[in-house]
Write a protein that binds this ligand. Structure first.
Ligand SMILES: Cc1cc2nc3c(=O)[nH]c(=O)nc-3n(C[C@H](O)[C@H](O)[C@H](O)COP(=O)(O)O)c2cc1C
Length: 218
């Protein structure tokens, strides 16, 4: 085995580097561009790269917030959110929507984006985005550390109840991830990775390993 010299640390004692490498290790990350509405009907939009899909059927997706931010507050008030796909041409506008505006101030007009009403939920999606998923909240979880103490991070999980996909991204019924040029969060504060068709390659799964697309599991 190749011998490597590992930088080792235990996070409780600090990482000993000039930057915390966590975000760079778990990267690139898909971006949950999350629209919500508060109980008074006011709209909000913000990016969350602690975002992923967690179940296939029913589809469950979730995002997490390092603190109780507006998106979490709104999701808890109205039980709904919408995920919007961030592609290369929307990168700057997505970034603008991370500006901490006063609670209740709408990031859609602020970033020059159009709000298209949801079909199932009462939350708008980003009209310029090429895919969106409307969700109903199923759980809001406050994280705890290994001592069992509550910490400031929260996770919002939602069941996907409606999906919008630009038909130009479908080829023979298969959604072409790379054709949309999605961008993902990577490494340091300002780093992103763009997914392009030439970066896609295949690794065939072992016999019996199961594929969600064919078996609905794993
Ligand atoms: C690309 C990107 C990804 C981000 N990911 C997260 C995240 O995963 N968790 C988080 O708490 N904040 C994240 N932020 C910061 C929030 O977007 C920012 O705090 C925003 O103002 C929150 O908006 P809200 O209070 O309207 O929900 C991210 C910002 C950017 C630009």
């Amino acid at each position: 085995m190749h011998t490597r010299d590992f930088h080792y640390y235990e996070p409780i004692n600090g990482h000993g580097l000039s930057h915390n490498p966590l975000n760079a290790l778990v990267a690139p990350r898909p971006i949950g561009w999350i629209s919500t509405r508060d109980a008074q009907g006011r709209v909000n939009l913000a990016p969350y790269s602690f975002f992923n899909a967690f179940n296939y059927e029913p589809p469950i997706i979730g995002f997490s917030s390092i603190a109780w931010k507006d998106s979490v507050q709104n999701a808890s008030e109205t039980g709904e959110f919408v995920w919007n796909l961030v592609t290369r041409e929307l990168g700057d506008k997505m970034n603008q929507t991370s500006t901490p505006l006063p609670h209740g101030e709408d990031e859609f007009p602020f970033a020059g984006l159009s709000a298209v009403p949801g079909r199932v939920v009462n939350v708008p999606r980003v009209g310029e985005s090429r895919a969106a998923m409307e969700c109903k909240v199923i759980d809001i979880v406050q994280f705890r550390n290994v001592q069992g103490e509550k910490i400031s991070g929260w996770m919002v999980l939602g069941e996907v109840v409606a999906v919008h996909i630009d038909k130009a991204l479908l080829k023979d019924g298969v959604y072409q991830t790379a054709a949309a040029h999605p961008i993902m969060r990577s490494g340091g504060m300002n780093d992103y990775v763009q997914v392009l068709p030439e970066n896609v390659f295949q690794i065939a799964r072992p016999e019996g390993a199961g594929h969600p697309a064919s078996h609905g599991k794993g």
